[in-house]
Design a protein around this ligand. Structure first.
Ligand code: NAP
Length: 287
């Protein structure tokens, strides 16, 4: 890697940051595209978020990703946020401008591009989302923005599903999202659905876990899209396949949200061959 006086610096702020795959993805993109850009992680201690943004601004850091726990807390530090970030209330990408950082949310379009690249489009479809946490919010807004006919939001804690559904239905003006307690899935039997698995059940090291274990549920799954990418094949994916559905993991979402952030920083589209090569590298790395 060439580092000289003109090297642009980007990075990830959050806490923790040391296990992130973002440096691998962004430095791979920069290397393949021969861009003079380097990507680092920056651990930000509790109470130091504002200072870190001010410092980054003073140092002309070109772009940043923001991760847990600062995706919402960072908003008051910015001069502007894009539509997705404003509606979701979470920012994961900062772009340097002379007036200050502009915030974007690349999780929403990242999930959309990932699903499209796997041949899945939620338009006019009935979708089940399992989970009502941070990533389920992005998935919910994505489904609405891209025209899902209806979304059933299943969550272990019904109250959280209700809160998110009320917010979505208010924003999109129709009763298109229906909150349900996770164990009430029997009410949906008789149809096939795209199912977005947005809980942390099944995440390494709890690989035998799944948000739902009953095979009757998996018979309804036409396409199971698990947002977890470690392990590469989750219990949810295994059961989906065993019951005749197709299944994908969250690695492409991770990749495409990074691609969209990177495109914002360099101001141009990343060619498909570059995306494919980084995906190959990511899979080889995860194997
Ligand atoms: P979060 O805000 O902490 O939400 C966790 C969700 O999982 C909640 O809905 C919680 O239900 C549910 N849950 C946890 N354990 C469960 C269990 N044993 N059974 C049923 N439901 C359970 O987390 P998040 O930020 O949304 O992230 C969720 C997962 O998405 C992460 O583990 C990560 O692997 C994945 N993710 C992937 C990407 C990507 O780019 N591919 C990006 C972000 C996150 P309650 O409300 O009842 O607690």
């Amino acid at each position: 890697m060439r580092i000289d006086g003109k090297t642009e610096v980007c990075g990830l702020i959050g806490n923790p940051v040391e296990h992130s795959l973002s440096p691998f993805i962004h430095n791979s993109i920069a290397e393949i595209m021969n861009t003079n850009l380097v990507y680092e992680t920056f651990l930000v201690d509790k109470g130091k978020l504002k200072d870190s943004i001010k410092g980054a601004m003073a140092l002309h850091i070109k772009g940043m990703n923001v991760t847990v726990p600062y995706k919402s807390e960072v908003i008051p530090c910015l001069v502007k946020t894009d539509k997705a970030a404003t509606s979701i209330g979470a920012v994961n990408t900062l772009v340097y401008t002379e007036e200050g950082y502009v915030g974007y949310n690349s999780d929403l379009p990242g999930l959309y591009r990932a699903m499209c690249s796997d041949g899945i489009d939620v338009k006019n479809k009935e979708v089940i989302i399992i989970g009502a946490g941070g990533v389920a919010r992005a998935a919910s807004y994505m489904c609405m923005e891209y025209g899902a006919a209806k979304v059933f939001l299943l969550n272990r804690t019904l109250e959280k599903a209700k809160l998110l559904s009320n917010e979505i239905n208010k924003a999109f003006g129709k009763d298109r999202m229906i909150p349900m307690q996770i164990d009430d899935y029997q009410q949906l039997e008789g149809k096939k659905y795209i199912v977005i698995q947005a809980t942390s059940a099944g995440l390494y090291p709890n690989c035998d876990d799944a948000p739902i274990h009953d095979n009757r549920f998996y018979k309804m799954v036409e396409c199971g899209y698990d947002l977890i990418y470690n392990p590469a094949e989750t219990e949810f994916m295994k059961r989906t396949k065993e019951n005749g559905g197709v299944a994908f993991n969250g690695l492409k979402m991770l990749l495409f949200q990074a691609v969209i952030s990177h495109e914002l920083w360099i101001g141009k589209k990343i060619p498909q061959e570059v995306i494919d090569e980084v995906y190959e590298r990511l899979m080889a790395r995860k194997a």
